[in-house]
Every structure is written in C-alpha cells, then in structure tokens.
Design a protein around this ligand. Sequence first.
Ligand SMILES: [Fe+2]
Length: 320
Amino acid sequence: MPGGVRCSRAASPVLCPGGWPHSLLELASRCNGFNPPPNQGPDPSLVYRPDVDPDVAKDKGSFRNYTSGPLLDRVLATYKLMHTRQTVDFVRKKHAQFGGFSYKKMTIMEAVDMLDGLVDESDPDVDFPNSFHAFQTAEGIRKAHPDKDWFHLVGLLHDLGKVLALAGEPQWAVVGDTFPVGCRPQASVVFCDSTFQDNPDLQDPLYSTELGMYQPHCGLENVLMSWGHDEYMYQMMKFNKFSLPPEAFYMIRFHSFYPWHTGGDYRQLCSARDLAMLPWVREFNKFDLYTKCPDLPDVDDLRPYYQGLIDKYCPGVLRW
Ligand SMILES: [Fe+2]
C-alpha cells in the first residue's frame, strides 16, 4: 500500500471494538509485567498490522478471534514495550551480545523443531506447532515459484530467528514489526502515536528528526533496525556463510519491516538497491501472511525435500 498508512487507520482495527486503553504503560504492567515470558502472548507480527485492508482484516478477524480484550491488550503491551525500549543503544548492545553466535550449535532442522516450543497456548487458533507455519510458507512459495528452490528455503528459514525467544529474550525484542532506530518513527509504524513517548531516543536532538543519524538514501543496509528475529537471522546467515542469493538474505532481513515494504514510509533512507529489492520482499510477504490455515502440511513427507535444500545451501551444524 504505497503512500503511507496513517496511524489513525491503525487505531481502528476489527481487533479492538472497545477502544484504546487510557494508559498503555499501565496496561503493559497489568497485562504482562515489563518482561513478559518469551512464550507468552501472540506474535504481534501475526496478530496486528497497520496496513491491513479492511476486507482482509474482516476475513482475518473471522480467522482469528481477537475481538475480546486480553489478547489485544497483550499485543498493545508488547508494542508499548518495544517502542519504549528499542533504542540505538539497546540495538547496538544486542548486536554485540548475539553477534558472536555462541548461543548454540545446531542444524537448520533442529532449529525448526526447536521453534515448536514457541506454540502459544493463549492463541485460540494456533493449536499446532510453530514449525507448520514455516513449512506452509515454504510450500506456498514452492507452488508459485517451482523453479526457485532457494526461495522455497527462504520460507522455511524466515522465522528461525525466533529461537531468540528460547534464549530468554523478551517478545518485544524478538517478534513484531520492525522499524529503524536512530530517527523519528514514521506514521505507518503500528501504534506510533501512542507508544513512543517514553522512548529516550526521541528526546535526543540527533535521533528525533526524520533522517535522524542517517544520510539521505544511505541504504537500508546502513540503517540500524530495531532488534528482533529478522536482523538476528540475517546476521546468522551471513556468519555461517549461507550460499543463498542476495535476495534471500534481503527478504529475511526486512520481512517484518511493514512500515517500509507495505506502509510506504522511510523512502528517504532507501538506496536504488532497496527499491530494486522491494518487489522481492513483497512477493515473500504474500506467503508469510495468513498462512496459518487449518490445511496443515504433512511435515514428515516434506522433510526430505527441504533437507535437500538445506544440504545444498546451509548444510551441517551451524552456529546460532
Ligand atoms: Fe517473521
């Protein structure tokens, strides 16, 4: 949806018929505490989007019932925490903390299986393991792009960075839409009007302008994104020298950057390369959204095919 989506639109989802809570901070502490356990609550990136087309939102609403309070509260609370605590300083610390990839050694399939530990018991519609989403996304891509085996693998890999949650990281530093830190959040960032007021960076004269600490059209590769599973997985793939094409790295790195790829914001930071990559990110996104349908893949049947892709592009025991 080019041209940007305003926050006012974000603030009228089917998810919240009762209106917004008066104090999100109060809500955050009441709902989750300030450090919600990693397995608690829905992944906000799958529950709430600022860009959702009303018709799609309606379908989505019937698909996942978030018309009642607690789940939406938790999503809001997660974004409030994220938008308060994701700062330039925080993101740099996370890069330093995880950039050595000394958390764990495991294969891709072990990580896929490990993500099953992330099944959200409070989510009314997700009563199947998280890895099904990975296989469903991959299979959707495979059907539409049979000739691009590397793209199929992107579907399987794209959320594996969520192992961060199993390393004890809070949800607001793992899931949800991403945004650049070091500059003022733009209008299509979800809940942007109501969740950033306590972020210390916005009191900083350098970080609080539209360009912030960046040069015009510096390229997203030079932008510090909020920390989460996208950036972690991208760095992990680079560290372990995956032999996938640049498009694959790019799609995984920016798949949750909704304010950019769907909201149409942050164009002032984009280089020509970013604009060339945008159609890839959008193409990937078609398969990532709303794939949690009851039509569950037979994972055991699919494993050999994907193991073959893993052996081709990212074999063996990897460092996480
Ligand atoms: Fe994701």
